[in-house]
Design a protein around this ligand. Structure first.
Ligand code: FAD
Ligand code: SIN
Length: 537
């Protein structure tokens, strides 16, 4: 492995980390105030955003209302949503979606009834309100946003740059109030760590699905933003609420492939091997209940019967409809030898979305001056204990807008971009056995799946906590001793993020939303956030 070289100076008033919907839409709007440097750790399209299928929940139909969207979000969130945040996100939705259309995003249109957007339906929604681009909504969003960002004269994109840690005045032992002044990032192509100076750093790094063995998330989702913010002293909130999507394809050749909830909106039903619609036993909404409820019913069914999967049955809609409405899903399934028009699709729940995150206001403001967190990395109170389907793309858009609007006040107190100390490699040497990194990575994902999944107990959580304690120490040792690589940096973040999830779950003495703990089966009368502050784990 080549040695890391000394760093060059990189600087911009605003540095954005992440090129999903949150980072890209913020960057475009922030250019009104300042030039933007956007760092992203792989090629720019690689993000959770790129894989979104169902679409963006937004009130656009005369049969719908803000009040209904608010009510559905609060109901799914199991009493933990912040109602003011929910209202603002829902009410800003139509304006933000109109901007996307202006930018060139092509949503699917209805053919009959005078046109207008074709609206999908998903679990927990009482109305059709999900705008979509077929079943590749995320790819369409990334296409349009990236093309605007790439051609923008005030935005510089740097791919293959892995943000490592935030640089604060406190870390530099400077006098005065603490604030962010930049970050260190590994240029993975040149094997060089760069000090990147900034007046404002915007974390738009997405979620942490990769903490789990089975996930719908792509490899970038390693919880880097949560870990970086926590290491910089910023509180994290409600991380126990990891959302498991009920219908991830169960197939050895396509382990992370999602079968959109929009199929259930079009009549698909979750059934067992005998064809029974078992989800109705726990909720009259059956397959269209919110995700926490459906995923739990599936988990119980699979444990009781010993089956490795259950099935999603959409045979009632026939080939023509499936090919037209869900071309990507239908095509992918057929390539794998599954014809959804003729046979039920084998599915299992898999880790999908991080409802908690860096504690932040809707405008991205965190407790650390100069640091903003936007999109899935942030926890604003919108999702409460369980996110309503298709609300996360909407939240990211609203947050990006609010943050860009308030950028001048959000970066008040900055003394401008300054020279930062170079990265110190010390006596670090190349890792002689990369197998230890892959082994630890696998171990964390397996133990999170086994002990911190859909159904939790105190004993399992304690077991996970003690193992993660050892792993954290070991990984920290690698971090000091070895030259940093993308894999090592991700492992370090994955370990910390997993430990934060476990600690949050241990602190919640109730079963609410996505946190089902057999030792505390009841829901408390008062809903409280779980906040973990610097140094608490
Ligand atoms: P992301 O889109 O995940 O982007 C994060 C970016 O940060 C990436 O570019 C990544 O490379 C970069 N990054 C991460 N760490 C670093 C680092 N250390 N240094 C540099 N760069 C870094 N939500 C909906 O509302 N509707 C849907 O239909 C929907 N479908 C989904 C389907 C799938 C399969 C998945 C996985 C998620 C889906 N979601 C959906 C959730 C939604 O896609 C995400 O919550 C949302 O896209 C997150 O956007 P983001 O910009 O916050 O993060
Ligand atoms: C899906 O299409 O089922 C994903 C929607 C979401 O996660 O919001």
């Amino acid at each position: 492995m080549p040695r890391t070289r000394p760093s060059r100076d990189l600087a911009a008033p605003v540095v954005v980390v992440g090129s999903g919907i949150a980072g890209l839409s913020f960057a475009l709007k922030a250019t009104r105030h300042a030039p933007v440097l956007l760092l992203t750790k792989k090629n720019a399209a690689e993000s959770n955003t790129n894989y979104a299928q169902g679409g963006i929940a937004c009130v656009t139909s005369a049969e719908d209302s803000y009040e209904l969207h608010v009510r559905d979000t609060l109901e799914a969130g199991a009493g933990l949503c912040r109602e003011d945040v929910v209202r603002q996100v829902v009410q800003e939705g139509p304006a933000r979606v109109a901007e996307l259309i202006e930018l060139g995003v092509r949503f699917s249109e209805r053919e009959e009834g005078g046109g207008g957007p074709d609206l999908g339906k998903e679990g927990g929604h009482t109305k059709r309100r999900v705008l979509h681009a077929g079943d590749i909504t995320g790819r369409e969003l990334e296409r349009a946003l990236l093309s605007a960002v790439r051609s923008h004269p005030r935005i510089t994109i740097r791919e293959n740059m892995v943000a490592i840690d935030l640089i604060t005045t406190k870390k530099l032992r400077r006098k005065g109030p603490n604030r962010v002044v930049g970050l260190y990032a590994l240029d993975a192509g040149r094997h060089q760590v760069e000090a990147v100076a900034a007046s404002a750093v915007v974390l738009a790094t997405g979620g942490c699905g990769k903490c789990y063995l089975y996930t719908t998330n792509p490899p970038i989702a390693t919880g880097d933003g949560v870990a970086m913010a926590y290491r910089a002293g910023v509180p994290v909130m409600n991380l126990e609420f990891v959302q498991f999507h009920p219908t991830c394809l169960f197939h050895p050749a396509a382990q992370t492939f999602l079968i959109s909830e929009a199929l259930r909106g079009e009549g698909a039903v979750v059934v067992n091997a005998a064809g029974e619609d078992f989800t109705r036993k726990t909720d009259p909404r059956g397959s269209l209940a919110p995700r926490d409820i459906v995923a739990r019913a599936m988990d119980e069914e699979m444990k009781e019967s010993g089956a490795a999967c259950v099935y999603l049955d959409i045979r009632s809609r026939g080939s023509e409809f499936l090919e037209q409405r869900f071309p990507e899903i239908t095509g992918t399934l057929r390539k794998l030898g599954i014809d959804p028009a003729r046979q039920p699709i084998p599915v299992v729940p898999a880790a999908h979305y991080q409802c908690g995150g860096v504690q932040a206001k809707l405008n991205g403001r965190t407790s650390l001056p100069g640091l903003l967190a936007l999109g899935e990395v942030a926890c604003t109170g919108l999702h409460g204990a369980n996110r309503l389907a298709s609300n996360s793309l909407l939240e990211a858009l609203v947050m990006a807008h609010e943050a860009a609007e308030k950028l001048p006040t959000l970066i008040e107190g900055s003394t401008g971009v300054e020279k930062l100390p170079d990265w110190k490699e010390g006596k670090a040497h190349d890792a002689d056995e990369l197998v230890v990194i892959t082994h630890n990575w696998r171990e964390i994902r397996q133990l999170m799946w086994d002990y911190v999944g859909i159904a939790r107990t105190n004993k399992r959580l304690q077991r996970a906590k003690s193992r993660l304690g050892l792993l954290l120490q070991e990984v920290q040792g690698f971090y000091w001793d070895f030259r940093v690589t993308p894999d090592l940096l991700e492992l370090r973040n994955l370990a910390l993020c997993s430990a934060l999830i476990v600690e949050s779950a241990l602190r919640r003495h109730e079963s609410r939303g996505l946190n089902a703990n057999a030792d505390y089966p009841e829901i408390s009368k008062t809903a409280k956030d779980t906040v973990i502050r610097a140094g608490e784990i």
